[in-house]
Write a protein that binds this ligand. Structure first.
Ligand code: 9MR
Length: 434
């Protein structure tokens, strides 16, 4: 009963919001709703799932041409309610290639409708914030029960998210262990002090804290939810050429660099390898990886750690714009990363579109489609071992980019209707490739 009341409420909300927020620009969508049409002409689409080149093509029965089959209709209405209509599953569509991931916050995940949509569309999850050091480190407990080298952690922020993954057979990317951001300053200070005059803990103490932190996170997650986390972002965003660190490393705002020194990344991977489950993959993750100087510094760093046997993959965050980077530059980085032989995850994909016109939504759909076309091509040609694509958020409204309320970077709008971006990822014929 409650569920139906909620469904009704969200439908009403959807109608009102669509009218106010979108229909004025999306004339096609508005016309159809006004005419009272229940379903889009191509409502329940059965997508033919791509198979890797060289593998046998196994089309579904609906794709087998018969003499009487009508010509395939090209989609014209992209704005379909994911609550009311059955829409194709992205992870099913791409399952021969890579897993499809979602970064989500606990509040969004536990929302009935979003949870259902996530289960339908994604087979990989990343906690948006709930597994970061500032969520897990418990200062009070560390002060009372910890030691100078071993903090105390709490996991209430991410427990329900991990349980959700267990219940729905979704795997998780563990994000993130060692990061200059979202790690409280007191963690780097003698006595875990948060006073103004606090002094840095020594390199030895910080190495021990780092090792214990990584051990505690992995031990908890791997014993409480065995088999759920399949990859860890061991170190996040350590490269920032021009920031003054050795070999292009970030220094000015990295207390890891300032307390331990430039080898903190290698040490983090060494500890991560020591405590990770054998099947878990260890990743270095960064943004703007398509900038030449950054790419070169990342390659130098990961190749060193690869020689030590402690890294399995590179995460390309991919917070990109509508025209920058060019797909050529972006692809060039994947090719270079591919040469290392490491796995590649696209860990935080979104496209920072600042317009909600129908025309721009189509262009965004095209950019998503071209990206996935590129990923497919690079996998088919054996150039890069891309094994996961994760989008950084479910709805435009919930995106980290949407501080001004005018960003439209993702696949679903705020009432969970699909956008052309969603159909672009499904390689829908109605979304132009160029
Ligand atoms: O999505 C996260 C946002 O809610 C936080 O406010 C922000 C704070 O740093 O972090 C966002 O996630 C970041 C991710 O963990 C690392 N790469 C950049 C992401 C966007 O800022």
């Amino acid at each position: 009963m409650l569920l139906w009341t909620k469904k009704l409420a969200i439908r009403l909300l959807a109608t009102v919001m669509i009218c106010n927020f979108m229909v004025c620009t999306f004339t096609g969508c508005g016309d159809q709703k006004e005419s009272g049409e229940e379903k889009s002409p191509t409502g329940e689409v059965q997508k033919v799932q791509p198979t890797k080149e060289g593998e046998e093509d196994t089309p579904t029965p609906t794709s087998t041409p018969t003499p009487t089959e009508p010509e395939k209709e090209v989609r014209t209405d992209f704005y379909i309610s994911s609550i009311d209509e059955k829409i194709p599953s992205m992870y099913e569509y791409w399952k021969e290639y890579f897993s499809i991931g979602i970064a989500i916050t606990k509040g969004e995940l536990l929302n009935d409708f979003k949870g259902e949509l996530i289960v339908q569309q994604f087979n990989s999850m990343t906690c948006g914030n709930e597994m970061k050091p500032d969520a897990l480190l418990d200062r009070e407990a560390t002060k009372s029960k910890g030691t100078e080298t071993c903090p105390v952690l709490k996991f209430d922020s991410c427990d329900e998210m991990l349980s959700f993954c267990v219940d729905h057979n979704i795997k998780m990317r563990g994000h993130t262990l060692v990061w200059h951001s979202q790690t409280p300053d007191w963690f780097f200070m003698e006595g875990y002090s948060n006073k103004q005059d606090a002094v840095f803990a020594s390199r030895e103490v910080m190495l021990a804290r780092m090792e214990n932190y990584i051990r505690l996170v992995m031990e908890y997650v791997n014993t409480t939810y065995p088999g759920v986390v399949y990859a860890w972002d061991v170190v996040n965003e350590a490269i920032a050429p021009g920031d003054g660190g050795e070999n292009g490393m970030r220094m000015s705002d990295s207390l890891w660099y300032q307390t331990i020194g430039p080898d903190f990344v290698e040490k983090a991977f060494e500890y991560a390898r020591k405590y990770a489950a054998p099947e878990q993959k260890l990743f270095y993750n960064d943004f703007n990886t398509y900038e030449a100087a950054k790419r070169i510094a990342i390659l130098e760093l990961v190749n060193k750690i690869k020689d030590q046997g402690n890294i399995d993959g590179i995460g390309m965050q991919s917070h990109i714009g509508m025209s920058s980077p060019t797909l050529l530059d972006y692809e060039e980085t994947i090719r270079k990363f591919g040469e290392t032989g490491l796995e590649i995850h696209i860990t935080e994909l979104d496209i920072n579109l600042d317009s909600n016109s129908e025309e721009d939504f189509m262009k965004e759909g095209t950019r998503y489609k071209r990206l996935f076309f590129t990923f497919k091509n690079l996998v088919d040609t054996g150039v890069a071992n891309i094994t996961n694509i994760t989008v950084w958020g479910l709805t435009d409204e919930g995106s980290w980019l949407n501080k001004d309320g005018k960003r439209y970077p993702l696949l679903f709008n705020q009432v969970l209707e699909t956008k052309p971006a969603f159909w672009g990822i499904l390689m829908d014929e109605g979304i132009p490739l160029y």
